[in-house]
Design a protein around this ligand. Structure first.
Ligand code: SF4
Length: 144
């Protein structure tokens, strides 16, 4: 199903670090490198929320990021999918006791959760492919 879907059109990601240590972002960037090559699936990082299909969020969401994340979420057109990458995005992780939101699910719906500190590129790719599957289903439902 994913193969058929990505052959019809490419998938665009908007990756946002909401104040983490960058560890998750290094692993996300590794997904673009030849070893993991996420682009082989027709998945590209563009970082323009208005053109994105999937919002990929890392970091614990520091307080100044709260409104910004809500704004970014609103800018992504429907159907959209949110992927939370890393323990920080899921629960605040090691920053939990600081001035952070502690899990983006408190402000926007999360479709796919990728745990780890940081997760491996293979786990990130697995989660993103799962999100493409959900996106295809959502798109199908909207067309009905
Ligand atoms: S989950 Fe771990 S690696 Fe990722 S941003 Fe938080 S502390 Fe850094």
């Amino acid at each position: 199903m994913i193969k058929k879907f990505v052959r019809k059109r490419s998938i665009h990601l908007c990756v946002v670090n909401t104040g983490g240590c960058n560890g998750c972002d290094v692993e996300i960037v590794s997904c673009l490198a030849p070893r993991y090559d996420i682009e082989q699936y027709g998945i590209y990082v563009h970082n323009n929320p208005r053109e994105a299909d999937i919002l990929v969020i890392s970091g614990p969401t520091t307080l100044p990021w709260i409104d910004r994340v809500k704004e970014l979420y609103e800018k992504v057109p429907e159907p959209k999918i949110v992927v939370a990458v890393g323990a920080c995005a899921l629960s605040g992780g090691i920053f939990k006791e600081g001035h952070v939101l502690g899990g983006i699910e408190k402000i926007i719906p999360v479709d796919v959760k990728i745990p780890g500190c940081p997760p491996r590129p293979s786990e990130i790719i697995e989660g993103i492919l799962k999100s493409v599957h959900l996106l295809a289903e959502k798109e199908k439902r909207l067309k009905k």
